[in-house]
Design a protein around this ligand. Structure first.
Ligand code: MN
Length: 244
């Protein structure tokens, strides 16, 4: 099996080092990731300037690592082009969770999503972070277990996996959907100029069975996702109520 690994924190993040090392136990792995952090870029692609790729002097357990001056989706597209016969794309391990609404702007998830658009399985991994970096050695058995579970699932599919800092188990979950939790917070810079931060404000506890609920309760969350955003019930309703 050929595996392509990317992330949105950049090729020098400890998260991609951990994921590429674990992936190498499952197949021939290549890491292609942005040269600088591209978090919250969502599924942005670069089409108005050329992309370049350079080999990085990194050792992810024997995995070759390349850096690209682009987004996570660019990296998967370029990796897909240069390293044919990719069977699986992994994205992460992101330094920070990608739960519920975060999926909409997650560059980590977009890396996996780009692979699904090419027709192969894509799995995004993210971990909750505190004041210290995550303990990737302690998390590795959970990442490995998730890969064993998902690689065996039939067909191309998109999965969003979130790990708490110290997991106690694994749960199948659905996306937590609430009204958007982004908040604009104004501030003043040292020169007295007004500026703004786009922040995420804490929400009330999530419903049981959701991704947020799982991670808040110490479980690794695995959410299967669809690319089809069509609201099928509403479409059927509109077609019946107002046939065109
Ligand atoms: Mn990130």
């Amino acid at each position: 099996m050929r595996i392509l690994v990317t992330n949105d924190d950049g090729i020098y993040s400890p998260g991609i080092a951990a994921l590429a090392s674990i992936a190498s136990r499952f197949g021939k792995t290549t890491a292609v990731a942005p040269d600088v952090e591209q978090s919250s870029m969502g599924h942005a692609v670069t089409h108005s300037r050329p992309l370049s790729i350079k080999k990085a002097r990194l050792d992810f357990n024997g995995v070759e690592a390349f850096k690209v001056n682009g987004t996570p989706a660019d990296c998967v597209a370029l990796g897909w082009h240069l390293y044919a016969r990719t069977d699986l794309a992994l994205s992460g391990i992101n330094m920070g969770p990608n739960l519920g609404n975060s999926m909409w702007h997650s560059g980590t998830l977009a890396g996996a999503k780009q692979a699904v658009l090419f027709g192969v399985k894509g799995i995004a991994f993210s971990v909750s972070t505190g004041k210290m970096d995550p303990d990737f050695t302690a998390l590795a058995p959970y990442v490995e277990k998730v890969l064993q579970l998902l690689i065996g699932m039939p067909g191309p599919a998109l999965y969003n996996v979130n790990l708490p800092a110290r997991p106690i188990g694994i749960r199948w979950t659905r996306q937590s959907v609430r009204l958007y939790d982004g908040a604009i917070v104004p501030g003043v810079d040292p020169m007295g100029r007004k500026h703004y931060w786009f922040t995420v404000k804490p929400l009330a506890p999530a419903d049981e069975g959701t991704d947020r609920w799982a991670v808040e309760n110490g479980y690794v969350s695995i959410t299967p996702l669809l690319l089809d955003l069509t609201h099928h019930d509403q479409l059927n309703h509109m077609q019946q109520q107002n046939p065109l």
